[in-house]
Write a protein that binds this ligand. Structure first.
Ligand SMILES: [Zn+2]
Length: 436
């Protein structure tokens, strides 16, 4: 039997950077979902209730039903590394991050954190996450198991480092390229057993891996076309200088990855703040996606992401929390930071564009547009419920809004993860504050 969810429905029917009527808001809306967790119908409450009187109803009243958020970049073994002092990127990694990541050699810590990490994301309304995994195989197995058990759509892989450096603890280096390959193949097979799980080859960044490791990643990417590749690019000036010193034969950072065959339509590059026009042209040609991490960029002082230039070049952009450099687990709260970063550069995003970046835009960037990102019939019922009335001030502010568009804009800036009352993936409730 199908289930009908009632509330204020808001989603993107198209790309609002291209179309002015992409945003659809239905004040007394209904979403009908079948037994398989697929969306059958979206529309007015009275109409859908009249057509299917036998269906079970879940009424969220004035709550907003919003497509599940898509976190395009987050680090699992940095779960407890948020708000860590250490200056900018390279110093911060050495001082605050690598020691934390080394702790996941401990199986118990890895299993406990995997469960908390997945639950925390679901509690924030995030239904899909692209994750830099641990350096340790057992920790990543625990992460995939936790995601499958609790219902998070997960794209993840072992964070690969095999180039020795005085800054990196030896325990974080892969013992060999052959071992890294064997572990990846085991985890790729694990992902095949559950359609919520996807594997991503994850060389941490250009200087963390040997040429052999990068070539292994390119090889597996070709051998398993369902896998992804994720890495970092153009985040911080000192990082870029170090990369260009080492790869002096390359004209820019992107060329390093291109030479190894790592750039394609299933590649996600985090940050890309200091990109040249030439790099943007080649990223667009390769249909490679970029993930903007607003709160991380602010926390590490990395720079202001040039969204307008990415949009002009037609590059798909997702948004990521980048925990632990990011200070907010909620992707929703990161969208407000994304707005402010664009304001500082003279670009004023509207509610449709912000919501797109966190939902349908992220799905498109991750090649999951056929499966999630909005309420189109046939897609998986991935959504969360935002209850503005749960907060006294927010409730009063919303009462003074003159349109639903204005209400959505207010929610984007004022609602926090505490107002998420329920989260669904494939029609299954995976988080609830028991308000219904
Ligand atoms: Zn990162």
């Amino acid at each position: 039997m199908s289930v009908i969810y009632l509330g204020v429905l808001a989603h993107l029917r198209a790309d609002p950077f291209e179309s002015s009527d992409a945003l659809e808001i239905i004040p007394s809306g209904a979403l009908r979902v079948d037994e398989e967790g697929r969306i059958v119908q979206i529309g007015e409450k009275w109409q859908i209730l009249a057509q299917t009187p036998e269906a079970r109803c879940v009424d969220y009243g004035d709550g907003w039903l919003i497509p599940g958020l898509i976190d395009g970049h987050i680090h699992f073994p940095q779960y407890y590394a948020t708000a860590a002092e250490g200056g900018q990127l390279l110093d911060w990694l050495a001082k605050s991050i690598f020691p934390q990541e080394a702790a996941y050699a401990d199986v118990e810590l890895a299993e406990d954190t995997a469960r908390r990490f997945v639950h925390h994301l679901l509690a924030c309304g995030t239904t899909t996450a692209m994750v830099f995994g641990s350096q340790f195989f057992h920790a990543n197995l625990a992460l995939f198991d936790a995601a499958a058990r609790h219902g998070l759509r997960l794209i993840a892989g072992t964070t690969l480092m095999d180039r020795a450096s005085p800054l990196i603890p030896e325990s974080l280096l892969q013992p060999s390229v052959a071992q890294a390959r064997a572990d990846a193949e085991t985890l790729i097979a694990r992902c095949r057993a559950d359609s919520l799980l996807h594997y991503a080859l994850t060389p941490r960044w250009a200087l963390s891996c040997t040429a052999e490791m990068m070539e292994m990643c390119a090889d597996l990417l070709r051998a398993h076309p369902e896998t992804y590749l994720q890495t970092h690019i153009n985040e911080n000036r000192s990082e870029i200088e170090a990369v260009m010193r080492h790869f002096s034969q390359c004209r820019d950072y992107l060329e390093v990855y291109q030479r190894f065959g790592l750039i394609g339509e299933r590649t996600m590059l985090a940050h890309n703040i200091h990109a040249s026009d030439g790099e943007l042209v080649r990223l667009a040609q390769a249909q490679c996606a970029v993930c903007h991490c607003p709160s991380s960029n602010l926390f590490l002082g990395s720079g202001l992401f040039p969204l307008a230039r990415h949009v002009q070049h037609g590059i798909d952009v997702a948004v990521g929390t980048d925990i632990g450099a990011g200070t907010r687990f909620s992707l929703w709260e990161n969208l407000s930071d994304a707005y402010k970063i664009q304001q500082l550069q003279g670009m004023s995003l509207d509610a449709a564009q912000l919501l797109y970046l966190g939902t349908l835009g992220g799905a498109k960037a991750l090649q999951l547009e056929h499966e999630t990102g909005n309420f189109a019939p046939g897609k998986s019922a991935d959504f969360f419920v935002l209850d503005g009335a749960a907060d006294g001030y927010l409730n009063e502010r919303l009462r003074r809004c003159e349109s639903l568009g204005e209400s959505l804009f207010c929610l984007l800036h004022l609602a926090t993860a505490r107002q998420v009352s329920a989260t669904y993936v494939r029609g299954r409730r995976v988080f609830s504050q028991n308000t219904v």
